[in-house]
Write a protein of this length. Structure first.
Length: 430
């Protein structure tokens, strides 16, 4: 098997195979995120072709965000039971089927079914819990940095492809742009098939930074028990105030990123006379700044108090969102916003994953983080729908952007309620 041979060659050079798994996961999350972010480019073309309102399209995207997050805890349980590699391939297969079928859609219910339900389920089978699973399972050292890299791949995939997709849409139509996304998913599926493995122990390795091979934990024997596992975990962690603080803070994170800016920024700029390609370029710039910011966040989360990192991330994001409505939407103003806002697009993820693993343990961390990520996508769905309703009812996206900025400032204060346990290492809430 190629992965076994590559692991032997890397080991001979004193390189852990976990880095190959990281690269494979990075690519997969990148293209899946591209599929998640692409519809933001297509809102205006769909309105023009089919006559659907912004609220209609936003409703379908809100369903996708809900399923993307709601599947997370169960995706983590499926990864634990059936293997990461298998679930990645199933996820990619569902997404590409949904995208290909959507090329011939002509009714709103088809948009809801394909872009809402099918793609929501497909992307939700990996979602952000894939990164959390790989980071906690394959890495004991450098876990924050690894989570930073994988988080950055999600934001980069959602934003970096947008100028190309916008250009293809403008010149050749949204269906050609969609085919590009499908091609990326096929490439990712081939690489996953060849290189991905479920656990270090599959190759006779210990996690990076540890000296002992970790045995595979026992898993529920029946499907019913498997499906109940995330609910049992939720029942247990819902008694811990730290869980709800992280859940609510991630709700705010989703409302102020994927649901609002990713979904509505291009249409917002169109209201001020900026072409879709130019607006998508601003989102791509955010993705570039976010890549550096999230890598830095991963490095910082290994070294500093993660609560204070989250305080600064949410606070600065809130200030940038409050700045946008008062800018003149010139190239200079939007560049300032893209740089300032982009630095912490998903910089919140590494500290949140670290706090989750420290508080709830590494083996359950992916399921617990799955529930926290469900809060993120609930916030994203609320903002996606709320932004569309704002534009339809008041002919302006500004109330939604101001509201998101205020929520971020509330989130900044909220995360400081998590207090460091005197024993060190774990966290509790006073």
């Amino acid at each position: 098997m190629l992965s076994t041979a590559l692991a032997s060659r890397l080991s001979a050079r004193n390189v852990h195979y976990g880095w190959a798994v990281l690269a494979t996961t990075f690519l997969t999350m990148l293209v899946v995120a591209g599929a998640v972010g692409a519809p933001g480019v297509f809102i205006v073309p769909l309105q023009k072709e089919f006559g659907w309102s912004a609220a209609d399209i936003s409703g379908a995207l809100a369903i996708r965000f809900l399923l993307f997050g709601g599947m997370g805890p169960f995706a983590a349980a499926f990864m634990n039971r059936f293997g990461v590699r298998r679930m990645m391939l199933i996820s990619l297969s569902i997404v590409i089927v949904g995208l290909l079928l959507s090329l011939s859609m002509n009714s709103l219910w088809q948009l809801v079914l394909l872009w809402g339900v099918v793609i929501g389920i497909g992307t939700g089978l990996t979602a952000m819990v894939l990164g959390a699973t790989v980071a906690t399972r394959w890495f004991s050292r450098r876990r924050g940095l690894v989570m930073g890299l994988l988080s950055a791949s999600t934001a980069t995939g959602q934003l970096a492809f947008l100028p190309l997709l916008a250009s293809l849409t403008e010149n050749h139509g949204w269906r050609i742009a969609m085919m590009l996304v499908c091609g990326g998913i096929v490439v990712a599926g081939i690489i996953v098939t060849l290189l991905m493995r479920d656990r270090p122990s599959d190759l006779g390795l210990a996690p990076y930074g540890e000296g002992q091979i970790q045995p595979t934990p026992a898993q529920p024997a029946s499907l019913g028990a498997l499906l109940m596992t995330p609910l049992v975990v939720l029942r247990d962690v819902s008694k811990v105030p730290t869980f709800w603080i992280l859940f609510l803070s991630f709700y705010i994170c989703g409302a102020s990123t994927n649901g609002l800016v990713q979904t509505h920024f291009i249409a917002l700029c169109g209201d001020y006379g900026l072409a879709a390609v130019g607006a998508a370029s601003m989102l791509a710039m955010m993705g570039l700044f976010d890549f550096g910011g999230t890598l830095a966040s991963g490095w910082l989360s290994d070294r500093f108090d993660n609560r204070w990192l989250l305080f600064w991330y949410y606070g600065l994001r809130g200030l940038s969102l409050l700045y946008l409505p008062f800018s003149d939407f010139s190239l200079y103003s939007l560049t300032v916003f893209a740089a300032f806002y982009g630095l912490d697009w998903v910089a919140t993820v590494p500290p949140t994953v670290k706090l989750t693993a420290q508080r709830f343990g590494t083996e359950r961390a992916n399921i617990v983080f799955g529930w926290i990520f469900a809060g993120h996508q609930l916030g994203a769905a609320s903002a996606a729908l709320g932004g569309g309703l704002s534009r339809t009812a008041w002919q302006s996206y500004m109330p939604a952007f101001v509201g998101a900025g205020i929520l971020c400032l509330i989130g900044a204060a909220m995360v400081l309620l998590i207090n460091r346990d005197r024993r060190g290492g774990t966290f509790a809430t006073a």
